[in-house]
Design a protein around this ligand. Structure first.
Ligand SMILES: *Cc1c(COP(=O)(O)O)cnc(C)c1O
Length: 375
């Protein structure tokens, strides 16, 4: 599929070709370990990721969606509760809130950053609010101090959806996913730190919460035969853990390369047509999971790029409250003007670390050509 694009949105084969020399012996050891699930490799990766993030515990699960569901469940969020999140988030954030029985309360993001702020998130709080669940979309970590303060003042839990923000560092030096009671990560292959299949994790420094999460991911088991919760089965496989363990030491360099690509885009695309560029944050608070530009001519630009061999993506063209769901979220068109404008105008330019400068220049040239080459 990538063969048809001069500039694919991502290229797993290029990434793995570099890793195979180390990966194959590690996989061989794993296959011979008699330890297919929750084995030593999972322990090692959980410890390494906890150390990287600066938290006490990481609990590996099957997906980012499960990480969100388990984090909310472990905090006791359930029927009758409300959880506030961004109206422009990926559907999984909203699904997780619904699946624990709580009501997803959506708030419009800030039009400049497309992220939630303390003010917007606090404006949606009611006596039923049990948690704030900001999703750090595209890899951008918004200023967290106000959000942390608001949670403390209101007595609600802070759970971060950091599925797109592995490694992002806030102004106070802390990493995305470590500001609240729990930080949820996805290791979907497309993410900044990706497995070769589905995987996810929850980060927390709360010992009791971590113990509950370890039970909640494993059929409620406290010991082999003693069960504390009726729950699901969502454990991190050894093979995925081996891949993640090998990739983790490379995450910062890969994020650095993403920032380099973003800086090149920032420089070459500023002032072209009606393009709105992502919030500039080359201080480490943006790890550019996606480089998302906005333009009223989004569909035409995307078609042009596709014809010219550039695969640009849409994240996301239909916001959760505009999906034709089998449940009623209680929202209608027009409720979230910023999220709806984003859905109409966002376009993700290729920003994978394996792309070359020449490929990024192709994207810039083609965007420039589309807008008339005025620059
Ligand atoms: C990818 C993603 C998820 C879900 O992760 P999965 O591992 O695919 O279940 C949740 N939230 C956001 C913001 C994501 O980008």
């Amino acid at each position: 599929m990538n063969a048809s694009f001069r500039v694919p949105s991502k290229d797993y084969a290029v990434q793995y070709r570099d890793l195979l020399g180390e990966l194959m012996p590690a996989l061989e050891r794993a296959f011979l370990s008699d330890d297919p699930i929750l084995g030593e490799a999972t322990d090692r990766f959980e410890r390494a990721f906890a150390e990287y993030l600066g938290v006490a515990h990481v609990v590996g699960v099957n997906s980012g969606t499960d990480a969100l569901i388990l984090a909310l469940r472990a905090l006791g969020v359930g029927p009758g509760d409300e959880v506030v999140t961004n109206a422009n988030t990926f559907i999984a954030t909203v699904s997780a809130i619904h699946l624990v029985g709580a009501r997803p309360v959506l708030v419009d993001p800030d039009p400049d950053t497309m992220a939630v702020t303390a003010v917007t998130i606090e404006s949606a709080a009611t006596p039923r609010t049990r948690a704030f669940l900001p999703a750090h979309l595209y890899g951008f970590l918004p200023p967290m101090d106000g959000i942390v303060d608001a949670c403390r003042r209101l007595g609600v839990a802070l759970v971060e959806d950091a599925a797109q923000a592995h490694g992002a560092i806030g102004g106070d030096g802390r990493r995305a996913g470590t500001y609240g009671a729990a930080g949820c990560f996805s290791f979907h292959p497309s993410k900044n730190l990706g497995a070769f299949g589905d995987a996810g994790a929850i980060a927390t420094s709360d010992e009791t919460l971590a113990a509950r999460l370890r039970r909640l991911r494993n059929l409620g088991k406290e010991t082999k035969h003693e069960v504390r919760h009726l729950t699901t089965n969502t454990k991190l496989d050894t093979l995925q853990a081996v891949i993640l363990e090998l990739k983790l030491p490379r995450l910062d360099a890969w994020n650095g390369r993403r920032r380099q690509i973003a800086a090149r885009y920032d420089e070459r695309l500023s002032g072209i047509g009606d393009l709105v560029l992502p919030p500039r944050a080359n201080d480490g608070s943006h790890v550019y999971h996606l480089y998302v530009v906005r333009t009223e001519r989004r569909d035409a630009l995307r078609d042009h790029l596709k014809r010219r061999g550039v695969n640009a993506g849409l994240h996301y063209p239909i916001p959760p409250h505009r999906q034709r769901l089998d449940v009623d979220l209680g929202y209608a068109e027009g409720d979230f003007p910023v999220a709806e404008a984003c859905a109409r105008t966002v376009l993700s330019l290729p920003v994978s670390p394996e792309l070359t400068d020449a490929q990024i220049d192709v994207v810039c040239d083609e965007v420039d050509a589309f807008f008339g080459g005025a620059a």
